[in-house]
Design a protein around this ligand. Sequence first.
Ligand code: CU
Length: 135
Amino acid sequence: MSHVQWPAILAALILASTAGAQPEADNWSGARLVTIRLSSFRFEPADIVLEHGRPYRFHFVNDASGGHDFAGKEFFAQARIKPEDAAKVEGGRVELSGGESVDVRLIAPLPGQFKIRCTHFMHSMLGMTGRIVVQ
Ligand SMILES: [Cu+2]
């Protein structure tokens, strides 16, 4: 008799697993804060470690008086940026004028390493490079 219940149990399990994939990704209130400070000429931290599939709030702070950007074309292409923050990332770059702060919420992509740099003239040569490692 008990085998009759299996289809219902399986259906419930399948529903639970498919339902489980999205809510975590869309739970922006649980986004982990990652503060990234930009100055002349470095990122702090220069190495950012993330867990794939988790939501994060990148809080960029430009401590310099001049402009800098946080460019990671590959990273931003593969991460899932919260739609309302998408306009803050143009061409894979977050541009910050002197003293500005910008928040970008995103879901970390599949594991991999992504290069980060400032695309302003000469800035990467002067040390504005970094790396995002997704585990
Ligand atoms: Cu720069």
